[in-house]
Design a binder for this molecule. Structure first.
Ligand SMILES: NC(=O)C1=CN([C@@H]2O[C@H](COP(=O)(O)OP(=O)(O)OC[C@H]3O[C@@H](n4cnc5c(N)ncnc54)[C@H](O)[C@@H]3O)[C@@H](O)[C@H]2O)[C@@H](O)CC1
Ligand SMILES: [K+]
Length: 500
């Protein structure tokens, strides 16, 4: 699914109005109805609901929502925040319609007009939407502050008033802090960025049938991966395939005390469809790996505690494997650095790089230029910061992510809520699955195993990253359903992996 910017959202509305065609007021009605459908589902107990409306089309939505909820016998109080002399045409239109069913529209012009809000009430925020162009001030700001102080549930229409759709807010901006945001048709970039969490709450998209062709043609670097997108990427297996059809991966993983990382990445790789798997671990990990993961072949390194790339037994040269996954648990021993230094220039096919392999890259940046094109790097934000530099806000972080992926021609998976997959072409795919339970040791090793398996099977690296991150998050969600986000472990994530 695409994520469009505020200008494109405006143009999309216009395109819908012209091409469907539909009168603007009817499109607003459709939006209001979609909101109300959600609302009556979630707030069926008909608590007193205070609706705060601005003077633009977000306010127009609010007035239409008020009328529709009145028709459904909700106890509604309507407040219009009068911060400017003029209202939008569709606001006026809905104002007239509302007047036909109720007289009790109240106006907020000064702080004295702001009503008190009690804990068993619900607030609908329709003050400002995607038309926001400057920080909130005056009576808008005071009203937002009063709503934020109130103990009531708050539901934002389209986007929280005061939150920009696609650009950074400053730390002094006053913004609604909703429990829910119900947004129209497409997610907004603002919803996906960590610093905005409290200005978004739980968010949901409702479909208002905006012009599909406009959306299909609209250029954007931002995508949001949902189940149907992931499903399209998943390949079917040929009835006549054999284990040779799905590649032979080599994992270079583990060090003394961290053989668990090797086991987790190997198990995840096998659960993700790799044909054959060889795992090279320091000699101390040999018996552990052979016992814990009997499906994998094991190459003990000549070093007891660290990977050096030298194997005690004969093996294929790394470049002959379908792909490699390097990093989980390897540490930063000088011998391991030498291994990486010798290995990278010999490789031509994309590989997966994680954890301490990334930290070695950030400490020896000349190695970045030696990465095989389209390799997948999987940093968490701290590791990514070490590879680049600190950022002032989430938007700068995205710029930095995109620049890095383009410069080194790699795919970067920035892990976290809504993990971001940045491509060498400058696109960013945000993931929709996953939960805070994934913030536990070993889940990164699992992701490395998954991505290595997908590359080994011949998936294009961007598709592998988008699909692998989605499947990893989904398995995390299934593990959390069973154990709760607190109780789940990386092994539960592996057990919950499914590719259907
Ligand atoms: N255009 C359409 O056809 C549709 C629009 N919809 C609604 O329309 C909203 C966008 O409406 P508008 O473009 O009228 O914009 P808003 O309702 O978000 O804002 C209204 C106007 O307030 C002014 N403004 C900007 N920042 C301000 C600030 N900080 N303080 C005070 N005034 C400020 C601007 O002049 C802006 O146009 C969407 O968020 C959505 O809720 C929906 O009804 C769906 C259909
Ligand atoms: K709003």
């Amino acid at each position: 699914m695409k994520i469009l910017n505020a200008d494109q959202i405006r143009a999309l509305d216009q395109s819908t109005i012209q091409n469907e065609p539909i009168a603007p007021i009817n499109l607003m009605e459709r939006a209001a109805l979609a909101f109300v459908d959600w609302f009556v589902d979630h707030f069926s107990d008909k608590k007193t609901t205070k609706i705060f409306c601005g003077l633009g089309n977000n306010g127009g939505d609010g007035l239409a929502i008020a009328r529709l909820l009145l028709e459904r016998d909700y106890p509604i109080e309507i407040y219009v925040v009068r911060y400017a002399p003029r209202e939008s045409d569709d606001f006026m239109h809905n104002h007239r319609r509302l007047k036909l069913v109720t007289d009790s529209v109240r106006y907020i012009e000064s702080s004295d007009d702001i009503p008190s809000i009690r804990h068993n009430e619900v607030v609908i925020d329709a003050i400002l939407g995607s038309g926001l162009s400057r920080p909130t001030e005056g009576i808008v700001k005071s009203t937002i502050e009063a709503i934020n102080r109130a103990p009531a549930m708050v539901v934002a229409v389209d986007i929280a008033s005061g939150l920009y759709t696609d650009q950074p807010n400053t730390s002094t901006d006053v913004i609604i802090e909703p429990d829910y945001t119900i947004s129209f048709q497409l997610p907004k970039l603002a919803f996906i960025l960590p610093k905005n969490g409290r200005y978004v709450g739980e968010w949901q998209i409702v479909n208002i049938r905006l012009h599909k062709r406009y959306i299909d043609l609209a250029p954007t670097p931002y995508y949001y991966t949902q189940a149907r997108d992931a499903r399209l990427l998943l390949r079917k297996r040929d009835r006549f395939s054999n284990k040779g059809s799905f590649g032979h991966a080599l994992l270079l993983v583990g060090s003394y005390g961290k053989i668990g990382a090797a086991v987790l990445s190997a198990r995840a790789c096998l659960r993700s469809g790799v044909g054959l798997l060889t795992v090279q671990v320091p000699a101390c990990g040999y018996a552990i790996l052979q016992t814990a993961v009997p499906e994998a072949m094991c190459l003990p390194d000549t070093d007891e505690h660290y990977l050096t790339g030298q194997s005690a037994v004969d093996s294929l040269p790394p470049a002959t494997f379908s792909t490699l996954g390097i990093g989980p648990g390897i540490g930063k021993n000088p011998g391991t650095l030498t291994m990486l230094r010798n290995l990278l220039p010999t490789l031509e096919k994309p590989i997966v790089i994680d954890a301490d392999a990334l930290n070695l890259l950030s400490e020896h940046r000349d190695l970045l230029d030696k990465l095989p094109r389209n390799s997948i790097l999987t940093p968490h934000p701290k590791e990514f910061e070490r590879l680049t530099q600190p950022w002032a806000n989430d938007y700068q972080k995205l710029d930095s992510l995109r620049d890095f992926a383009k410069k080194y021609k790699v795919v970067v998976v920035l892990k976290g809520a809504y993990s971001a997959v940045a491509t060498p072409d400058g696109d960013i795919h945000f993931n929709s699955t996953g939960n805070p339970g994934l913030s536990t040791g070993g889940t990164g090793d699992v992701l490395t195993g998954i991505l290595t398996a997908l590359l080994a099977q011949g998936y294009d690296p961007i598709e592998a990253a988008v699909l692998g991150v989605f499947a990893h998050g989904l398995a995390g969600d299934k593990a959390a359903e069973k154990r709760g986000p607190v109780g789940m472990t990386a092994s539960d994530v592996i057990d919950a992996l499914s590719w259907t």
